[in-house]
Design a protein around this ligand. Structure first.
Ligand code: HEC
Length: 101
């Protein structure tokens, strides 16, 4: 009986550790996490031509990849948006997506 209980605890703790690793690791090695407040400051470079309505109904991930595409020169005819880092893009996407809510 005692042995079974210990095993159950070990299993539960194992799960917890795994869950926190999954959360902490969620953004590691991938895209930086977007900060909507920072994005709000940076969006002024785009609001001459865009408003949040341009991105209505799009998820943060969709907006992120659309901006990446623009920044990489993948959208023919788009004006040069200059140097935007992955962090800038993540921030802009977070801000634009939050305006959708
Ligand atoms: C001088 C005007 C102008 C500025 C400044 C501008 N854009 Fe654009 N952008 C456009 C035009 C025009 C389009 C094409 C719209 C269309 O296809 O309906 C576009 C399209 C886009 C698209 C959609 C591309 C696609 O996949 O179809 C994204 C994303 C975008 N812009 C992001 C940005 C971001 C982010 C900034 C600021 C860093 C920015 N734009 C600044 C004019 C501008």
């Amino acid at each position: 009986m005692r042995k079974t209980q210990r095993l159950a605890w070990t299993a539960a703790l194992g799960c917890l550790t795994f869950a926190s690793l999954a959360i902490a690791g969620g953004h590691s090695g991938g895209a930086p996490k977007g900060d909507a407040k920072a994005g709000e400051q940076k969006i002024s470079a785009c609001t001459d031509c865009h408003s949040a309505a341009d991105f209505a109904g799009q998820s943060e991930a969709q907006i992120n990849s659309a901006i990446k595409n623009v920044a990489a020169g993948g959208v023919a005819g788009h004006p040069d948006v200059g140097q935007v880092s992955d962090q800038d893009i993540a921030d802009l996407a977070a801000f634009l997506a939050s305006a959708n809510q």
